[in-house]
Structure formats: C-alpha cells, structure tokens
Ligand binder design. Structure first.
Ligand code: SF4
Ligand code: SF4
Length: 360
C-alpha cells in the first residue's frame, strides 16, 4: 500500500500507535515526561555536554531536527506524489535545520549573538520586550520588529497564514513531519471548535497583556519596583503556562492522542493573529461545483479539525482562520474538488457564495 504513494486511512485503524491504542498512550506519556524533564530539570545537561553541545536546548534542537528529517522522509513516502508537498516539506526541514539549529549554534562561535531567525513575536513571546531588544545588535532588533509587526501580517494577508504555519514555523514543521501519522485524530466536533474559538483568542489577549506589562516594566525600571516585580511575575507565569505547558507538554506530548496541531489550533497566539489577517486577505479554498462525492477524505485528513466536506458538499468557497494551508484536503480528494488559492475573487461567479467563517 505504501509503495503506491498515496496511503489512505484504511490501514490507520489497524495500527494501535495511530488509533489511540495502548502504544499511543505509552508514547504520549513518554513524550510528556520528556518535556517536563526538559523544562524543569537538568537530567539532559550531562548528555548535552558529552556530545559537545552548548546546553540541553541544543540537544533538544538536534533531536527535533532528526525527528523532522526522518518524519519528513516518511511523509514524502506517503504523500510525496505532489510538488506542493515535496517543496513544502523540504523547506520546512531546511528552515529548521539551518535557521533554528545550525545558525544559532554557529553565530556565537563567530562572535555574534545566538538568534533564531524563524521565530517572531508573539510566538517568541519575549522578542519585542525592551530587555531583549536592547541586548541585540541594531540589525537584529530591526529584523525582530519588522518581521513580527509588519512582514508577518502582510505575508499572511497576501498568502494566508500558510506561509508561516506550514512552511517556516518549527511547531508546524514538527507537526507536518513527525506528527503527520496522527493528523486524522484532530477532533472535528463542534465542542472542539467552540473550545478553540475561546482558547486561542484568550492566549492572544494574554500575550498582548503580558507584552504591554512586561514592556512597561522594562521601561520604568527602578522608579517603580512594585510594578517591575508584577511585570516580571506576569512574564514568568505566561512563560510557564503558555510557553512550556501548553506548547510543549500538552501541545506536543499529546500528538499520539489528539493529533499534531493541539498547540497550533488551540493555543498559539501567532496562529490566532495570522488567522485573523488571513480572513481579511486573499487566501481561500476554492470548491468546484457539484463535484463532491462526500467520501470525507478531506475532513478526515484535515489536521486543524475543519469539516472541509461540508463546504464541498454545499459548493462554498471558504476561508477559515484556523486553516494552516497544508494542502492535504486538496491532495487527498479523489475528484480534484478543492484548490488552495491566493487571489482576489475578480472573475468569480457572482452567484456563488464565498463563506468567511467568523470563528471568534
Ligand atoms: S482545510 Fe485543508 S489546507 Fe486547511 S488545514 Fe485543513 S487540510 Fe490543511
Ligand atoms: S471534497 Fe473531495 S475529498 Fe472531500 S468529501 Fe468531497 S470528494 Fe471527498
């Protein structure tokens, strides 16, 4: 079945590791335990030192790269019969290996700063704080400010949030490669959708609040020690809850049980803000009229829990804030019903509805 290129879901439910069997629960427990140890203990430091790495975070980065390279190769074995998938996954892996591991490791060796070019605010939540910016060379401060506040939303406006969530981001890259075998586990229930609507915009509000408070704390300095202490605690709590528990322990540890986009769908503030921009912009999924045979492949493969089939059945083009533009719905459709597009709807059939779902 694998040798035929496109591997359907038929085999999935016979594999315990991919269908919430005992093996999946054990793997999830191991992954969550790994993240707990990584964030709050230093058992991995000796191994990192023995391997000649600067600290355990580079050990983690190296493991991340290995999982992505192996996961990417397996992904291409399953779904590589599409140029979009071939280019997307190759870029995913290259960006992580070069910009999120090699360059940050090498730059300090050459006298520069350790800097991660593929992460922007609000995903990297402390990037725009005065404390962080003041320690960076001017060109990196400008890169951080322009990349986070101008380039990211503009690119999302023209190309959808896929430019980041499905091509550049490290969280998305791990989900797309190592996490792909569990993509069908993402819940399509209305309850999950309601939870996502509340949780993701709550984190967006929290990161804006934390940035404002911590930024102000950095500016007022010693003049208001009480406020500085409150600002420091706010940043610490945000980092603990969102930066560690939601993104790592839960967001990645639960891949084998809840699918690979738990973090991206429910908690990532970058995905939340880019999703809002996406809905105002040019990205859409176009549906060919009266072609859908209701097989449900598109919905089953959607890693963001979007019921794509319902739009296809209703002949509705759609833009969803949650969609990361992975393209899998279009790829697995046996009738070629779906198409990802970045363009204004100038020549569209005027009678045809275009649905922009207001999911907030
Ligand atoms: S709707 Fe399609 S392109 Fe968007 S996240 Fe789901 S599968 Fe990927
Ligand atoms: S759009 Fe394609 S994949 Fe989705 S239900 Fe219809 S025929 Fe099946």
């Amino acid at each position: 079945m694998y040798a035929q290129g496109q591997n359907g879901l038929m085999s999935t439910w016979r594999e315990h590791i991919r269908s919430r069997g005992l093996a999946a629960w054990i793997l999830a427990a191991v992954m969550m335990g790994f993240y707990v140890d990584l964030y709050w203990f230093d058992h991995l430091e000796p191994l990192a030192q023995a391997l000649g790495l600067r600290n355990r975070w580079f050990l983690y980065g190296g493991l991340y790269c290995v999982l992505m390279v192996v996961g990417g190769a397996l992904y291409l074995r399953r779904h590589g019969n599409s140029r979009y998938n071939q280019i997307r996954i190759s870029v995913n892996v290259l960006v992580q290996v070069l910009l999120a591991f090699t360059l940050p490791y090498v730059m300090p060796l050459l006298g520069g700063k350790e800097f991660y070019f593929s992460y922007f605010w609000p995903l990297k939540y402390d990037l725009l704080l005065p404390d962080t910016l003041s320690k960076l060379p001017l060109y990196l401060s400008i890169y951080a400010l322009v990349g986070s506040l101008i380039a990211a939303p503009i690119l999302a406006f023209f190309f959808g949030k896929r430019w980041y969530c499905s091509w550049i981001c490290g969280c998305g890259a791990l989900a797309n490669t190592f996490g792909d075998p569990w993509r069908h586990l993402t819940s399509k229930s209305t309850r999950s959708w309601r939870f996502e609507q509340v949780s993701i915009y709550l984190v967006v509000a929290l990161v804006i609040f934390m940035t404002a408070v911590a930024g102000l704390g950095g500016l007022v300095g010693d003049a208001h020690p009480g406020f500085v202490s409150f600002a420091g605690q706010t940043k610490h709590v945000y980092g603990f809850v969102v930066g560690s528990i939601l993104s790592g322990v839960i967001g990645t540890g639960l891949y084998p049980l809840l699918g690979p986009r738990v973090w991206c769908r429910n908690f990532c503030p970058m995905a939340g803000l880019l999703g809002l921009t996406q809905k105002l912009g040019r990205f859409r999924i176009r549906v060919k009229d009266d072609m859908c045979i209701s097989c449900g492949n598109c919905s089953a493969y959607c890693e963001m829990g979007i019921d794509v089939r319902s739009y296809a059945q209703s002949n509705l083009d759609f833009t969803r804030a949650a969609c990361v533009g992975c393209g899998m719905c279009a790829h697995v459709c046996p009738r070629g019903v779906l198409r990802l597009e970045n363009r204004w709807d100038l020549n569209a059939d005027k009678d045809k509805q275009h649905l922009v779902v207001l999911d907030f």
